[in-house]
Design a protein around this ligand. Structure first.
Ligand code: ATP
Length: 581
């Protein structure tokens, strides 16, 4: 997204739901600053009058005014804070939900290759910096306009010349100082947002690969890199602080300049009797109080460039091309009880240049066991992701029963097909929580059965806290095989009519592998199974085997038939058998 007006409009649109609350908060802010001006003007009137020994009864209205403005200022400030904080938190929640909702359909996108650190910084830092959009960016300029008008009217009561002199200097400083700030801080703001993103991305990336850093003695390099980034951020933040100090100096300078110019014009009016001398102090103090809002204006502009940069980074992702999520055309087919899977002329490419899968055709009948084999990089996992509705095919058709995938929403597909991916992801939490993910209302009996089937029962029994054992992030305190088996148990709990197992036995010893295959045999009495593997053991248990090479099916049939043919499959099989010898 290049156009700043477009970004501003989009941000504004997201805040429109709270327009009444925002207007109320802005009105309260205006009334708080206005009451401050009123308080200062009435109290200076009383002090100046007292110096001239004015009788007390003549000051009655002013005394009431001081009380009123004094109390009102506190109340309005409280209400302004209450409403604006309320809006800020609601906006933050709204920005977060908007970002995650927009992100969701992007995940299966082929072009989605951002690192998790980059995404993290966009989802946290950038979304959070948008929270200032209302409080710092929208509200102060509106209050500034209101105060300009108020002071124009108040000074006009004395002399319209005062109004114009004030307006020129007040509006000039209210616009000039922030523009200067914007010019000075624009690049720094953008650099800061980007550097913070880089430091977050580097930290996450390096934390995930900390073992490699240690093994290759790169830990010191990493420390140096992070320190250098941190120093760059500190240097930029120090520049930002200097600009902010400059703003404060300039705001003070302009305030005093406005007072001096007005005194220069008003003092002769006192001499000629056009203006009561008491009002000289009232005007002076009133002007000083009105400059309170000027000090907030540069911040508005500073945050504006930050908000723009953050919004741009968010929109950059959300405008990536992705497959439009399909609306379900077919009614719920979960009760159809007819789950034959047919794949017809399926093609898929990640980059639009090289075909990862070409012309894939096969059929999986209900309660059949299909094995997909092939060398590394042949396209097996890609096919699994397409079948699980995680990637949209470029062309061709997949049917469940008689219903095409094109007529099903991805959620409907996943009610029928579950996938144990090659890299099982475990979330930080207990084993139970990680299992219940698949079926939140699963009974203890169902959990136990899933654990037995996935050969996890004895492992869980040995844990002091059993199912309530805490799993570290990414399952870091578990072995590769244990992670895989939790993935299998999770899919079994889900209890869909078709289950895809992608390389689930790759981390297992031959005994556990065999036991898992026994379990798969058992569950295949009720379910259809797709078993992706490059470990060609017990292949005779499968009804059908398809062999993929470079994204194409080069052979298919039963194990005995394929061995008899003596082509690619038999070569794969014998070379694997030789490795086992
Ligand atoms: P393995 O047995 O090693 O898991 P596989 O048969 O499952 O391999 P896939 O993971 O499907 O192979 O990958 C098929 C091809 O697609 C590979 O060349 C791989 O580099 C490429 N590929 C996989 N994922 C992506 C992606 N997200 N973007 C671009 N190319 C990809």
């Amino acid at each position: 997204m290049k156009n700043k007006a477009q970004i501003f409009n989009k941000l504004l649109k997201l805040t429109l739901d709270y327009k009444f609350a925002m207007l109320t908060a802005t009105l309260m802010a205006f009334l708080a600053v206005g009451s401050g001006i009123g308080l200062m003007m009435t109290s200076s009137f009383i002090i100046a009058s007292a110096a001239l020994q004015t009788p007390i009864f003549k000051l009655q209205v002013a005394i009431v005014g001081v009380r009123f403005f004094g109390i009102a200022r506190g109340i309005f400030r409280y209400l302004e804070r209450y409403f604006s904080h309320n809006i800020t938190f609601k906006l933050l929640a709204k920005f977060r939900i908007w970002f995650f909702q927009s992100l969701e359909p992007l995940i299966p996108s082929k072009k989605f290759d951002l690192t998790s650190g980059d995404l993290l910084s966009r989802a946290t830092e950038d979304v959070e910096s948008l929270e200032h959009f209302y409080v710092r960016v929208i509200s102060p300029p509106l209050v500034f306009l209101g105060i300009s008008l108020l002071m124009f009217i108040l000074l006009g009561i004395f002399d319209i010349r005062y109004s114009f002199i004030f307006s020129i200097l007040f509006v000039g400083s209210g616009i000039g100082i922030p523009i200067l700030t914007l010019i000075l801080s624009r690049k720094i703001g953008i650099e800061l947002v980007n550097l913070k993103a880089i430091i977050e991305e580097t930290t996450v990336d390096y934390f995930q690969g900390i073992k490699e850093l240690l093994v290759y003695d790169l830990y010191e390099n990493w420390k140096k890199e992070i320190l250098s980034l941190q120093n760059q951020i500190l240097a930029l933040e120090s520049k930002m602080n200097k600009i902010q100090s400059l703003n404060e100096i300039l705001a003070g300078l302009f305030m005093n300049l406005t007072v001096a110019v007005l005194l220069f014009v008003a003092i002769p009016d006192v001499n000629t009797g056009k203006l009561n001398g008491i009002y000289l102090s009232v005007i002076t103090i009133g002007i000083m109080a009105s400059f309170e809002i000027i000090s907030q204006m540069p911040l508005a502009f500073q945050y504006l460039s930050k908000s723009f940069e953050s919004a741009k980074r968010l929109y950059d992702i959300l405008e990536l091309p992705y497959a439009e999520p399909k609306k379900a055309v077919s009614p719920n087919i979960i009760n159809n009880n007819f789950y034959n899977l047919k794949v017809h002329n399926l093609n898929f490419s990640y980059d639009g240049i090289r075909n990862t899968l070409s012309n894939i055709n096969f059929e999986l009948k209900e309660r059949e066991k299909l094995a997909i084999v092939g060398t590394s990089g042949a396209g097996k996992s890609t096919l699994a992701n397409i079948l699980a509705g995680l990637l949209p095919p470029d062309s061709g058709e997949i049917l469940i029963g008689n219903t095409s995938y094109y007529d099903l929403a991805p959620e409907q597909i996943r009610q029928i097909i579950s996938l144990v991916p090659q890299k099982v992801h475990l979330f930080a939490g207990t084993i139970r929580e990680n299992l219940l993910f698949a079926k939140p209302d699963a009974t203890e009996g169902e959990i136990l059965e899933a654990l037995q089937m996935s050969q996890l029962q004895s492992f869980i029994e040995r844990l002091p806290k059993k199912l309530d054992t805490y799993i570290a992030e990414l399952g870091n305190n578990l072995s590769g095989g244990e992670i895989k088996r939790i993935g299998i148990a999770r899919a079994l709990l889900r209890n869909t009519p078709i289950i895809i197992f992608d390389e689930v036995t790759s981390h297992l010893d031959p005994f556990t592998e065999s036991a898992i295959l026994d379990s798969i045999l058992k569950i295949s009495k009720e379910k259809s199974i797709i078993y992706i593997t490059h470990r060609l053991t017990r292949m005779d248990i499968f009804n059908h085997i398809i062999v993929i090479q470079n994204g194409q099916i080069v052979e298919q049939g039963k194990h005995s038939e394929l061995i008899k043919h003596g082509f690619y499959y038999s070569k794969l099989f014998y070379s694997f058998a030789k490795r086992l010898e």
